[in-house]
Design a protein around this ligand. Structure first.
Ligand code: ADP
Ligand code: MG
Length: 628
């Protein structure tokens, strides 16, 4: 047997780190600013606990582009490094000084907001630079150090004459990365990753207008001055306590996050936990108009105020990705694949915490100001209904605030709805049928008919409503939903109707035969009903089950795929008590009878929006001929 050590030489690994450590080269700036921030926060901590005697002051981080010399500088006023520390922290790849610091100051520094983790961030500089220099002066009374490395494992370390505390990192930008010498590109990156970092970041200057002096003349130019351009807000709203924030602060923060969004958010949810995991953030329900496509990827994920990603899939439950805002948690493992993430215990807890918080907030909004909640219902229902469908826990909680509006603009909770129906329903033991419409205009006639019979009619018009109804039917006992133009409606009307048929049995038989010959049987099932003489003579209804399955097929999910295409089948309900039907029977010639039937059938199809194309053109022509 032979035993040995695999020989891993640094020469081989270094280029690998450079190439594959991060897929996105642009994150080098985030890493270096994170290190500068860490250095500043560490110093803050050390001065706080009395371990460093220097004056902390108001440290900043400065980013400078020197386009001519092809250099990018990142300068901080943090704790700096001694030559010895450079050897220890920089020359040892994959040794994290940040973790060491947290370890050493376990008891006091947990909340210091230190970002670093893996001891690899610094080397991301070599993704864009072919030479990197560090000039650093420690807060300890020692001479400054100057480290230089050209990306090979060799480096030089010598003394430097820097006198002020802190670290300057100089990147000699490589030929293939000159984009990072453009002010606009750097400013774009700073705004993307560092907009809310805790230490002020200075990049260039900006022009500020000054108030005009008292004695200024009308057409004197407005005075301006060049001031430092601080690109970040070091104290974003989500890092504050909810008790310290007003409604207006939340709105302002929304504007800060989405400067291009002009609509105000409907409401916000402030997340704030520190046990069993650390999570802060603010989520907003944006206003979602029906025609606007639902926007995803509007939630930004941060770790200790450093932007990480706007893809929160796997961390936030799917239905809440329609919201926007910020989540900040150092406890989300991000160096793993998304599928692993979904199985991670901590992430699962975070996801269910967020769901619970959102449900609680909705409930309290509903309880505190129902009127306002109802007014917003149309804008928030998609999220809520989608949540009810996809998260069992949310479904249970939503019972307290999910609303079922009627066609008349009344809003019921599910419990209120069933009570209202019970109060109207005569035979108590029967399964309760909840009538709904999906479009007030298209189903106007049917809604009218149902209301005349004293039915409560809901207006359920979200695209996923057929799924939701299906879910409610299987979860709640003894209820079923039926659309007003579905096939049940004639049953309902008939059941309460004491109308006696005007036709004799013989007349019925001959009507039935006549209709079956004229009406195409592959499309319509003819049904004779003795209804009020005032009700429509011909009415088209669609079997509830069929229609719903079709809708579910179209909106996807629920195992509805692969059911094949459902045939279009309709019922043609003919009111045998209507005057028109009497006339059809009494008309002498067969040709005239057929004309009456076809015209009536077309009218019924027209009222259901089923008459289209050539058939519609023919119908209109025929109708003009008739009134000539
Ligand atoms: P990490 O941040 O995960 O610890 P890095 O590779 O980013 O790893 O940095 C390695 C170490 O180098 C840091 O932990 C820190 O000790 C030191 N360091 C890097 N940049 C600075 C800086 N600007 N000021 C002081 N120390 C720094
Ligand atoms: Mg780092």
């Amino acid at each position: 047997m032979t035993k040995g050590n695999i020989n891993v030489s640094v020469e081989n690994i270094f280029p690998l780190i450079k190439k594959f450590l991060y897929s996105d080269h642009e994150i080098f700036l985030r890493e270096l600013i994170s290190n500068a921030t860490d250095a500043t926060l560490k110093l803050k901590h050390l001065t706080n606990i009395g371990e460093s005697k220097v004056e902390y002051g108001n440290p900043q981080i400065e980013v400078k582009v020197d386009k001519d010399a092809k250099k990018l500088h990142i300068i901080d006023q943090g704790l700096g490094m001694t030559a010895e520390e450079v050897e220890k922290y920089i020359n040892q790849v994959a040794f994290s000084g940040a973790e060491e610091f947290l370890d050493k100051y376990k008891d006091s520094a947990q909340d210091a907001g230190i970002i670093g983790h893996f001891g690899l961030g610094f080397y991301s500089a070599f993704m864009v630079a072919d030479k990197v220099e560090i000039i650093t002066k420690s807060h300890k009374d020692e001479v400054a150090a100057h480290w230089t490395c050209d990306g090979s494992p060799e480096y030089t370390l010598e003394e430097a004459d820097k006198t002020d505390r802190g670290t300057e990192i100089i990147l000699h930008i490589a030929e293939d990365s000159t984009e990072f010498l453009e002010d606009s590109r750097i400013s774009e990156l700073l705004l993307k990753y560092n907009k809310f970092m805790p230490v002020p970041i200075k990049f260039g200057t900006k022009t500020e207008t000054l108030p005009k002096p008292e004695d200024a003349k009308e057409d004197d130019p407005t005075p301006t001055q060049e001031v430092e351009n601080i690109i970040n807000n070091p104290n974003p709203a989500w890092t504050k306590q909810p008790a310290d924030l007003e409604e207006e602060d939340y709105k302002n923060f929304y504007r800060e996050l989405y400067p291009m969004q002009f609509e105000e958010p409907l409401f916000n949810i402030h997340l704030n936990v520190d046990y069993p995991f650390n999570l802060t953030g603010i989520l907003y329900f944006p206003k979602m108009s029906a025609d606007m496509q639902i926007q995803k990827d509007k939630i930004q994920l941060y770790q200790n105020q450093v932007f990480v990603t706007d893809n929160v899939e796997g961390i936030v439950p799917e239905f809440l990705t329609m919201l926007c805002g910020v989540i900040d948690s150092p406890d989300i493992p991000l160096n793993v694949s998304r599928s692993y993430l979904q199985a991670d215990g901590a992430v699962k807890k975070i996801s269910s915490y967020i769901t619970r918080k959102v449900a609680d907030k909705l409930k309290s909004l509903f309880n505190n100001n129902r009127e306002d909640f109802e007014a917003k219902w149309n804008d928030i229902k998609i999220v809520i209904e989608y949540g009810m469908l996809s998260e069992e826990k949310f479904f249970e909680k939503a019972d307290a605030f999910a609303l079922y509006p009627t066609v008349d603009g009344k809003y019921y909770t599910f419990e209120e709805l069933t009570n209202a129906i019970k109060a109207k329903q005569t035979d108590k033991d029967d399964k309760m049928v909840i009538l709904y419409a999906s479009n007030k205009d298209e189903q106007h006639g049917y809604i009218q008919a149902a209301k005349e019979k004293n039915y409560e009619v809901l207006l359920l018009d979200s695209p996923i409503v057929s799924h939701l109804i299906q879910k409610l039917e299987t979860t709640k006992e003894n209820i079923s939903f039926a659309r007003v133009d579905g096939d049940h409606i004639d049953n309902l009307i008939k059941k309460e109707d004491t109308t006696i048929s005007k036709l004799s049995e013989d007349e019925k038989t001959s009507l039935d035969e006549l209709l079956k010959e004229v009406v195409p049987s592959e499309k319509f099932t003819v049904q004779l009903e003795a209804m009020d003489s005032g009700a429509s003579p011909f009415m088209i209804t669609q079997p509830e089950f069929m229609r719903r399955m079709k809708e579910m097929q179209q909106t996807g999910g629920g195992g509805m795929f692969g059911m094949g295409n459902m045939p279009e089948m309709y019922n043609l309900v003919v009111n045998t008590n209507s005057e028109l039907v009497g006339e059809i029977l009494n008309t002498k010639t067969r040709k005239k009878q057929e004309r009456l039937i076809n015209q009536s059938l077309d009218l019924a199809r027209l009222s259901q929006g089923l008459l289209k194309g050539e058939e519609l053109t023919n119908f209109i022509k025929r109708s003009y001929d008739m009134i000539k």
